[in-house]
Design a protein around this ligand. Structure first.
Ligand code: C5P
Length: 243
């Protein structure tokens, strides 16, 4: 029985304001997707990798990931879709019958440590069929009313509730699943995959929508998500600390 990791790298990453897709932006001289792939490989619990890539960039992504000496795993590259959900579905289509565990990990979290990867896989192999890493939330979080902000002037939103912070977790990747459950969750949610406003922002959300249980294991601050230039600066510092 084997573990397949789907590494999502098909996003455009426009918020970083580069000409390059985010996964190919470099951190300490290497693309984000390479950092993420190295850590998945060095966890020792991943058997093969499927990387989702932006249209037309298959060869570029294959070159940087498959030829990296620290990614000693079989690597396949598949073109992603219009949303992250669609990209994961494209990767999941390549899972084989022996891949009993599937991890889904974002190249946008390049420094997720090998211990975190192992923790997630261990929890799935212990019988928890859907596992996400999560961190306690330090900010107080408010739920606000849906709807566009007021046109012109100061944008204000109406607060609906303040959930108990002690029970909130900020969820990261890699997320780990029993393959059959993840396939069923993506099939059931397929109608949402085409549009950004409808699509699931994580895979556990699709499992929850099925009514199935999702478990949380301890996350890791190093698994931060790169969205802005500031995140890239923080990641650069963390990388320097690692060496
Ligand atoms: O854009 P965001 O940072 O939320 O994307 C999360 C992850 O999903 C990134 O690693 C990105 O490359 C990936 N993604 C994808 N296909 C899309 C959109 C995002 O693989 N259509």
């Amino acid at each position: 029985m084997t573990t397949l990791a789907i590494l999502t790298a098909a996003g455009s990453g426009t918020r970083l304001g580069r000409d390059l897709p985010k996964a190919l932006v470099t951190l300490g001289g290497f693309p984000l997707v390479v950092h993420a792939a190295r850590r998945l490989a060095s966890s020792g619990v991943v058997d093969s990798l499927v990387v989702t890539c932006p249209a037309g960039l298959d060869a570029a992504v294959r070159d940087v990931v498959a030829q990296d000496p620290h990614v000693a795993l079989p690597v396949r590259v598949v073109e992603g879709g219009a949303t992250r959900q669609a990209s994961v579905a494209a990767g999941l289509a390549l899972a084989g019958p022996d891949d009993d565990v599937v991890l889904v990990h974002d190249a946008a979290r390049p420094l997720a440590p090998p211990q975190l990867v192992r923790r997630v896989v261990e929890a799935v192999r212990a019988g928890h069929r859907a596992v996400v890493p999560g961190l306690p939330v330090t900010d107080t979080v408010k739920r606000v009313a849906a709807g566009p902000p007021a046109a012109g002037g100061l944008a204000v939103e109406r607060v609906l509730e303040t959930p108990d912070r002690a029970l909130l977790r900020a969820v990261q990747t890699p997320q780990g699943f029993d393959r059959g459950l993840l396939v069923r969750a993506h099939a059931a949610g397929a109608a949402r995959a085409g549009a950004e406003g409808l699509a699931a922002t994580d895979d556990a959300g699709l499992v929850e929508a099925l009514g199935e249980t999702v478990h949380v294991v301890a996350g890791d601050a190093a698994a931060l998500k790169i969205t802005t230039e500031r995140d890239l600066l923080v990641a650069t510092l963390l990388l320097e600390e690692e060496s």
